[in-house]
Design a protein around this ligand. Structure first.
Ligand code: AAT
Length: 286
């Protein structure tokens, strides 16, 4: 923070920095796991920052949270049990809750202080916790996966970047454990970083998990407040059900749901999987 500007600097985007002008700092404290900062910005509303990295801004969070939830959920014919790893702000829960077929939403967040701070300062996202189907577990997501080989239809990993406590969530054993916890035809959707910055991370990860799953695909959305303005998702489907992957929505989103959404449409669901040539080559070797 310099002269009331927050600068996002980090080893995963060397030599570049996105900056936001601060109106007021609302909370700044160290939790057991990370540094938690919430500020009100001049043009992006409230902002949540963990260890110096922007997790969401009020202005554009809907892009990431809607795509992360609705791509896997609309690619699944009848999702009933959904698990979220990370996502302590509640935004992804808010989106999952729009699906009436879902009976149970488990969330495993490492840091209970992220949840508490979000409930206090970011109620537009934390309202996701109010849904009666939500059950909260506070522990490391990789450990939770090892201990709870449940039977989920969809697992969404809304995790921070692979520096610090989330690095285990970018490793093959975690994907093996998620695979083991899926029902037949179940879908995993994970925070897949950015093609402009991280193909060297995404490519090897996709390659490592390809033998485990029936299909492994990559989609992305635009979001101005994440590094390089874009973030992607790895979508992996377990064998047994639909073998077409996740590119096509298989259920109709009702008009009542679509009118509430600000980014997701069935058209953008399909379009999100169309990658620029360099990214396709680097991730899939095509
Ligand atoms: N929806 C907001 C976007 C996020 S939040 C990432 C969450 O993952 C945080 O609440 C963090 O506490 C949690 N987390 C980190 N490590 C673990 C872990 N090992 N187990 C469970 N939860 C964890 C992501 C923003 C992406 C930023 C892109 N630059």
């Amino acid at each position: 923070i310099i002269d009331n500007w927050f600068h996002e600097r980090g080893p995963l985007w060397p030599g570049q920095s996105f900056s936001l002008q601060i109106k007021q700092i609302l909370h700044h404290a160290q939790s057991q796991f990370q540094d938690i900062l919430v500020f009100d910005s001049v043009h992006h509303g409230k902002v949540l920052v963990l260890d110096g990295v922007i997790q969401c801004t009020e202005r554009d969070e809907f892009s990431y949270q809607e795509m992360m939830a609705h791509i896997p959920l609309f690619a699944h014919p009848n999702p009933k049990r959904v698990l979220v790893i990370g996502g302590g702000d509640g935004g992804v829960l808010r989106e999952i809750a729009r699906h009436p077929s879902v009976e149970e939403i488990c969330i495993c967040e490492l840091d209970k202080e992220v949840i508490e701070v979000s409930k206090k300062y970011l109620p537009f996202m934390a309202k996701g916790f109010e849904d009666p189907r939500v059950q909260v577990h506070i522990m490391d997501g990789a450990k939770f996966m090892e201990e709870n080989q449940g039977s989920f239809d969809v697992i969404i990993t809304d995790s921070s970047d692979p520096v610090g406590p989330a690095s285990v969530l970018f490793e093959t054993p975690f994907y093996k454990a998620m695979h083991g916890s899926l029902r037949e035809g179940g879908i995993v959707c994970t925070q897949g970083e950015c093609v402009w910055l991280h193909v060297d991370l995404i490519g090897p990860l996709v390659k490592a998990i390809t033998p485990l799953f029936e299909t492994v695909e990559y989609a992305y959305c635009t979001i101005p407040s994440y590094p390089s303005g874009q973030i992607g998702f790895i979508l992996a489907r377990k064998a047994g059900g639909d073998v077409r992957g996740c590119k096509e929505p298989v259920r109709e989103a009702g008009d009542d749901v679509l009118k509430e959404l600000r980014y997701y449409t069935p058209e953008i669901h399909r379009a999100a999987f169309v990658l620029p040539a360099f990214a396709n080559r680097a991730i899939f070797g095509e």
